[in-house]
Every structure is written in C-alpha cells, then in structure tokens.
Ligand binder design. Sequence first.
Ligand code: ATP
Ligand code: ZN
Length: 724
Amino acid sequence: MARIRVLLTNTALGPLDYRLDPGIEAPPGTLVEVPLGPRRMLGCVWDEGSESAAMAAESVGDNRLRPIFGTYPMPPLPLELRRLIEWTADYYLAPAGAVLRMVVPGVALRDGGRPIIEYRATGTTPPRMTPQRSEALEKIGERQGSLRDLADMSGASEAVLRGLIKAGALEAIALSPDVPPPLPDPAFAPPALSEEQAAASATFRSAINAGFQPFLLDGVTGSGKTEVYFEAVAEAIRQGKQSVILLPEIALTEPMLRRFEARFGCAPVAWHSGLRQTERRANWRAIASGEALVTIGARSALFLPYANLGLIVVDEAHEASFKQEDGVHYHARDVAVMRAKFADVPIILASATPAIESRAQVEAGRYREIQLPARFGGATLPAIRAIDLRNDPPDRGAWISPPLVAELSERLERGEQSLLFLNRRGYAPLTLCRTCGHRIECPNCTAWMVEHRLARRLSCHHCGHVMPPPRLCPECQNEDTLVACGPGVERVADEVKARWPEARTAIVTSDTLWSPARAAEFVEHMEAGMIDIVIGTQLVTKGYHFPNLTLVGVIDADIGLSGGDLRASERSFQQIAQVAGRAGRGDKPGEVLIQTRQPEAPVMAALIAGDSAAFYAAETEARKDARMPPYGRLAAIIISSEDAVAAERAAKAIGAAAPDSPDMEVWGPVPAPLAMLRGRHRHRLLVHAARNFPLQKVMREWLGACEWPAKVRVAVDVDPYSFV
Ligand SMILES: Nc1ncnc2c1ncn2[C@@H]1O[C@H](COP(=O)(O)OP(=O)(O)OP(=O)(O)O)[C@@H](O)[C@H]1O
Ligand SMILES: [Zn+2]
C-alpha cells in the first residue's frame, strides 16, 4: 500500500498522510481531493522527507489512513513552487496550507465544462426602487459577473440582487468556457530607445534564460523604466517564456494594461482581487498551462503556478503595499526574489526611489544596479521649493498657502494641469464637539471616525464601520456643536472650488477610483484636458504620466514624519519624490511646492536640494548604528482577543516565555498603539536580533511551547512594516 503526504488548503492543519490505492498516479505536486472528517478538501501531494519546519507532520498508523478521493487533471505544481511555499511558510512562520491557498484558490479547479452564468444590468428601472437597489445598480454600472461578484462590487446582499433579477433590472447570460489568451507580439510597436535605455534593455535581454539574477532598475521618474523592462518582457515572449509584472495597487493595473496593449498589440492576463470568478478561473488555468505569456497583477500574482516562468518584474518596488498585512504577512518584493531564485530566472526591481533594503543588496554585491539618471526625451526633473507655513500661513480655515494659490492661478490661466497631494481620504480626519470636547471615535477601534461629506457619513478607515453624521453631540447632547477638524482631500477640493469656481476638479482616492473602469475614466479625462486640478491621495503619486501636468502642491508634507516609526522619513521622502515626479513630464517644465513647518528637516532639505544620495546615506548610517533592518532583524508578535483580560494574560505569558539570548532583545508586551481593532484588544511584542540570528527557528520553538485559549489570536509579522 502506498502512503502519500498531502498539504491541505486549510490554515489550521499541517500536512496529513493518506492512502494511495494501486493504479492511481500522484507524484509530488499533484492536486488531489481528500476526505477530512465529513468534508472534501483540496490538497497538494508533498515530497517525502521535506526539511521544511512548516511541513513537519505526525505519522499515523497504516490502518488509520484514508484513501484520497481522486486527482485533478492539472499539471502538478512544479518543484520550484513547492520550494517557494515551504520557504514562505518557514520564513514568515505561517501555516503552509495558507500559502498553498494563494497558489490554488478554490475557484481555479471549479468544473468549467458547464456554461457559467453571469448577470448584468438591463437598463430597466425596477418598479419598486429602494436606496439599496439604486446604490447596487449604480455601483454595478456596466459591469457583469456572478451573483457573488456583483455582491462584492456593489456591497449589496445577494438577496437584494435576486430581487433586482426578479424585477427585470438584472439579466442572466450564459458564458462559454475558457478561451486561451491572445499572444502578445514583441514586434508590434517597439519604441526607439535612447542610448541609456538601449544599454539597460540590452543587459536585461541577455539575462533572459541565463539563470537567477536580481537587478535594481533605479531610474528617475519619467526615465522610461517601463519601456526598458518591456524589452526584457519582449525577449521572454520571443523565447516562449512567461513573465509576470507585479504592481503595488489594482488602480495601477488599468493604465498598465493599456500601455502594454500599445506596445504588444493585445492585453496581458490580469490577476488581482477585482477579477470576476470566471476570469479568475480562466486566467489561473492559462497561467498554469503556460498559455498566458504575460501576467500583470497585484502581489498575489507572485504565487501563481507559472508553467514556464522566464522573468519577474516588480514595479514601484519600494512600495509598502507589497507587504501583506493580514493572513500570511509576506512581503511580495522579497518573496519575488526567492521565487526568481527557485525558478532560476532574472528579476527586475524597478523604482525611482528604491528602498534602503534594496540599496543595501546592491552595496553587498547581491543585486546588480542599472541606472537611468535622466528623464526621457529631454524632459527635465521638476524644480522643488518649500513653502514654510510659519511664514506663509494659509487663510483661516483654509489649507492652501498664498504662494501655492498664486501658482495654481497661473496654471489655470495657462491651461495647464495641477495636482494637490494630501494623503487623507474624506473631508476631515476628526469630528469634535466645540462644547464638551468629545471626539467621535469608532466603537470597534482606537481610531477617529473620518467624515466623508460626499457620501454623507462618518467612516472608520480601519474596520469600515460607518454611521450617519450625528446632529447632536453623542456626549453632551448639544445641537450643532460638532465641527470638522483638519483637512482631507474633499475639504481641499471644496477650498479649490470656492476659490476658482470655474476650475474643473477631480478627487482621486480609493473611494472615487474603486474600480479599474473608474481609474481608466480618470486617465481619459486627464488626457483629454477635462480636468484642471486633481486633489488626490497616494493613489495619484505613482505610475501616471500626464504631460500637461506642470504643478504639484504638497498640502502637508509633515504628516508622514509624525508617526516616528523606523521608515517614516524614508517613506515621506519616497512619497514626496514620487508625487513630485508627476510634474513636468512633457515638454513644459514642472514645479513642485511643498508646504511644511519644518523645511530644515533632513527629508525636506534633501528633496529641495534634489540630493537623494545624501538623504539615503544619512538614513542608511542611522539604520546601521541602531542595527535596524536591513542591518538587523525585527519581528512583531501581535496578540489579540475580544476578551481584554485574555489578550493581556496571553501577551504576558508569551513575553515571560521569551528565550534568553545575547543576540536577541524582546520589547514588550505593551498595548498596541492601535489598542483596539475590529473589536479586538491588541498587545504587541517586538523582537530585535542581529542579522545572522536564526530568528525563525528560535521564534517557532518559543511560540510552539506557549499555549493560549482559542479566543486569543497570535499573529507573527516577520520584517514588519506596520508598528501600530
Ligand atoms: N524610448 C521611448 N520612446 C518613446 N516614449 C518613451 C520612451 N521612453 C519613455 N517614453 C515615454 O516617457 C514617459 C515616461 O516613461 P515611463 O512611464 O516608462 O517612466 P518611468 O521611469 O516608469 O516613470 P515613473 O517612475 O515616474 O513611473 C512615458 O509616456 C513613456 O511612454
Ligand atoms: Zn473601526
């Protein structure tokens, strides 16, 4: 009798052994369906003798083995991907089953023989229109999808949607099963490269099919990094190999898809959370079969089962949103490098403001740096100037200082576009009672409720809790005493409209650009010159190319510095440099005005002087001195429970059990700065160790020896980016 080890897509279980009956072939990597108690589960056959700590399993006697139900007719997950799953689980102290679930989402294996039913709006107004119905129809718009997709898109329940189907406002359509994706053509529209670009792309092209090699593509904003790495993609296509391009945000995929189409004649395969179930299934299969030659996607695209991977690109590689902050706390940039290593292929990390971690790898000789020091086509980098808010304060109740007002007026007169950057969604971050001083907080989180005036509600940016704006102060019951404090983008937009009623404005945040279609529409309007002033959050700081945009104003450059975590200065520098990089990308020169109360801070000084080298050198030195990442290691342990006492008790017990080592310090436990999140009380421990310390092994043993009640959750965050 044969015995196989199977990893299930179940986060609570380690691998289990099953019986393989004679006549069934199931080599490692085979996807199988197995019994688990009364249920049928998806799993993957694993290698015997795996050395991964996450794959350790208890053996059961032959007599207790249950047979598998059967195998899926799919190519087995390749060895390199199984190694990646093990590495990710081991490195991030995560259950291997949770990683497997990212590789094989349930929908991937759904039977495709039957036609798939999707729904779309008919344009008929239902006889009975409720607010839920009209909101659902508005959010669905022209899109179509399964009931589940439409529920996700619209936030409406499936019951509301069924009502709309009955009322004739939504109709069913049957879709034919999978069609293979079109083949991108490397010769479709190749650009004429500048000398520097040509040299860089030649280096990348010769790296295809020449083994593992990590590159840092360090090019100023507008230097043509995309064009250059597209040439590497073109070479991979010529050789019949697959490429994957990772982007930090879904909003960026839409412009990228269009750019790709202009260069290669057809759209690539997309992978992100906005896909419909049918698309998800079809794209996964095309990737697994090798038919999808180019995939563009969010961080999760990293874990897909590429049959014949030839190249990985991580664009805007410095972005913190590559770090996943729940479930498996992985950093897609770092896992991407490991994937390239296991697959033995090149990887390009592209950024105008590379992370200190990536620069350190260049310094250590592990990554090869390719520079593009100038903008393409004679465009110059914008001039950056600080406005000292202590000398040039905005009017009372306003946020735009007189010098910035003057520049904006000038741009409007000249018919050029401007961008105001403020990294705060909504109207105001705080609502306060003038009489009693009460601040409106989220009932589930240690956070203020943020006013969203356009949507007429207060909302918690941590848990999504919403409430109508109260008329009475919830504390002192006085009427009309609540006031909005501080600016959000909506408030700045109001100020713009009040000052320049004729200006055409657009607010760009995740609230307004919540779908790829909305993002595409925004780009179209900008390109057609239908917008004069954009007011946006970090969503507009990167990736976009608007030649007629010549002025960028940073409303509050000091916001990011106040957090004070390890990367606060670096992040501020990157964000402001990126948003500054949107100015003057065409023929006309760009100008950037930074409103700040501390123009002498090193970050501001470096930005104004255009001296990123000095800034990075000083930051790097400070990290080295403090033995902070990448010159030391950090891991956080977050203990949470709805039961405050249980959370604190478990945190103390874990802290008390910390092993003693001269190479490791344990800070805490302390109540987390975000002491309550989604109704759970939170405590944190931070572990600091030397670079070569076997952190995972020590932590695995430490936590493995601790016990806590089921109502307590313990999350480990290796290489944390968030400290709240
Ligand atoms: N060789 C070229 N031929 C034609 N157009 C080019 C060329 N190189 C760059 N461009 C154009 O210049 C603009 C900027 O290029 P691209 O977006 O690739 O820069 P980037 O380095 O990725 O910028 P950022 O980091 O700011 O996003 C784009 O519109 C691009 O199409
Ligand atoms: Zn909340």
